[in-house]
Design a binder for this molecule. Structure first.
Ligand code: GDG
Length: 483
């Protein structure tokens, strides 16, 4: 029987060693949370890095890692510390990530990072080929694996290969600055189908292909001498039912079963008439505009002082890529900003910002989504932003206001949110004010439409649409061959 091989940098489970024993936790992050349900419900095997380096993994635990992964229909690949440094912290996160998010001043071009990226991509390709059988479909994910499609194609010319990019694809003017731009594009064109979250990313990619490689592009197809490559947009959805159900359970939870976090959140909201909570959740990443958000919140408190002691920003920043210098600097900047603003505005009974620098279990995430009156998400660039969708899905009574940066992929499908430019503090402050004052009927009207849309185009539909389109490209290729 044929299967789907999913491949991404990380597995949906993270394996670590604590006191000589293996510890398995679910991975946090957009790709893992999004694709998990597709993997759980379908006939697929997922290949990726376990999170452990070869140096960390003692020989006596190797089989156990393999087994733990196998229990979840996963295949774990291990890398050396040096490989992770050059491939993951290096080329992936110091070159591609900043470039594709338009942070050109952060890009570094180290040839050993690039060489390691190529070598590690080859390892991923080899792992696919080892598990591949005729008839299988291969679905490769994200910017860490841009060369894998063609590496697989070279060894398995008839394979059905799909690629999905979870981050933006930048405009040609930005992409062309990449020293290895031809290799990257050729790597991707090994796929039959290349998917992006939005039409804009798709056009940027096609424009780079036609201007750099000079391939003919007809509407959304690239003509290669031997075959066609289809490029399309598939805005990723969420596991809507899971969030809807979790929010329902949250409301049915008896008082004694409430989490401490929930009690604290309720305590604030009941503390003063009209008291409100504003939520923000992201990985601690410079693309997410967290520092902008805090500064805009400061400006809001200055412009609308009537909300002092009534409004609180609950900010969850999940540790991420802490070995990359920019992330360390950002952490320091955010710590300092939160400290300064809390010091500036706090009263004896109130602090304006509650700041959590950690990852939280899923039920606490739901406590936050369900209890906060406003979600303030201000990325400077973001491929999609699933948090925006999860917040809306978790609003059981359909109240709540989403303030969302227009620089996210999600903004293109969420017009009913209050859309803001993250660089415009005046606009953000006014949007917070508008959100606080928005009548409930209006909140419900906006969220009803959003919920309907998110429920219809959920993660399952997204994955199925992608797979259907991939199957079609393969059928077309075969019928063209037959002619
Ligand atoms: C990349 C792209 C694109 C967050 N904190 C916790 C937690 N999360 C979960 C959220 C959400 C996911 O992580 C974050 O997804 P995003 O989409 O917001 O952001 P990235 O991680 O940057 O994802 C992004 C995505 O890929 C998918 O294509 O949308 O643009 O950058 O699902 O719920 N989950 C738990 N605890 C936390 O503390 N359990």
């Amino acid at each position: 029987m044929s299967k789907t091989i999913i491949i991404s940098n990380r597995l949906p489970l993270q394996i670590s060693i604590k006191k000589g024993k293996l510890n398995v936790t679910p991975s946090v992050g957009g790709l893992a949370t999004g694709l998990k349900s597709f993997h759980r419900d379908g006939d697929s095997v997922w290949i990726g890095w376990s999170g452990l380096t070869a140096e960390e993994l003692p020989e006596n635990l190797i089989n156990e890692v393999t087994q733990k992964a196998k229990d979840e229909a996963c295949i774990a690949i291990n890398f050396t510390e040096k490989e992770i440094e050059g491939f993951y912290y290096g080329f992936s996160n110091r070159s591609i990530w900043p470039l594709f998010h338009y942070f050109m001043e952060f890009t570094e071009w180290e040839s050993w990072h690039w060489e390691t990226y190529k070598r590690v991509n080859q390892k991923y390709a080899d792992a696919i080929l080892k598990n591949y059988k005729d008839g299988d479909k291969i679905w490769i994910h994200d910017y860490q694996l841009l060369l894998v499609p063609n590496m697989v194609r070279e060894q398995a010319p008839n394979a059905t290969i799909g690629f999905f990019n979870h981050i933006p694809f930048p405009s040609y003017e930005v992409f062309r600055t990449m020293p290895w731009r031809e290799e990257i594009l050729k790597g991707l064109l090994g796929a039959d189908l290349i998917g992006f979250h939005t039409y804009d990313y798709e056009r940027h990619f096609l424009s780079s292909v036609s201007r750099i490689l000079r391939h003919q592009v007809n509407f959304n197809e690239v003509s290669l001498p031997e075959r066609m490559v289809k490029v399309d947009s598939f805005p990723m959805g969420i596991d809507y039912n899971k969030f809807e159900q979790a929010a329902q359970d949250h409301f049915e939870n008896s008082l004694e079963n409430q989490s401490d976090l929930q009690r604290r959140l309720d305590h604030h909201r009941k503390g003063a008439p009209g008291a409100k909570l504003i939520l923000s959740i992201d990985r601690l990443d410079y693309t997410k505009g967290i520092a902008h958000r805090i500064r805009a919140f400061e400006y809001f408190l200055e412009k609308y002082p009537q909300y002092i002691e009534k409004i609180r920003l609950v900010m969850l920043a999940v540790p991420s890529r802490s070995e990359v210098p920019q992330y360390q600097l950002l952490k320091k900047e955010i710590d300092a900003l939160v400290g300064r603003i809390n010091g500036k505005f706090a009263t004896v009974s109130w602090t304006p910002i509650w700041y959590f620098y950690r990852s939280m279990p899923f039920n606490n995430l739901i406590d936050l989504y369900a209890s906060c009156d406003i979600a303030l998400l201000t990325p400077i660039r973001d491929g999609m932003n699933l948090v925006a969708k999860e917040y809306i899905a978790s609003r059981k009574d359909q109240t709540g206001v989403l303030i969302l940066s227009e620089m996210t992929g999600a903004a293109q499908e969420m017009n009913e949110a209050l859309l803001i430019n993250p660089n415009n503090f005046e606009q953000i402050a006014d949007a917070i004010n508008q959100a606080i004052e928005m009548p409930e009927e209006e909140q419900i009207k906006r969220n009803k439409t959003l919920q309907k849309r998110l429920k219809r185009y959920d993660v399952e539909k997204w994955a199925n649409d992608f797979m259907k389109s991939l199957t079609k490209t393969q059928e077309t290729r075969q019928s063209n061959k037959a002619i």
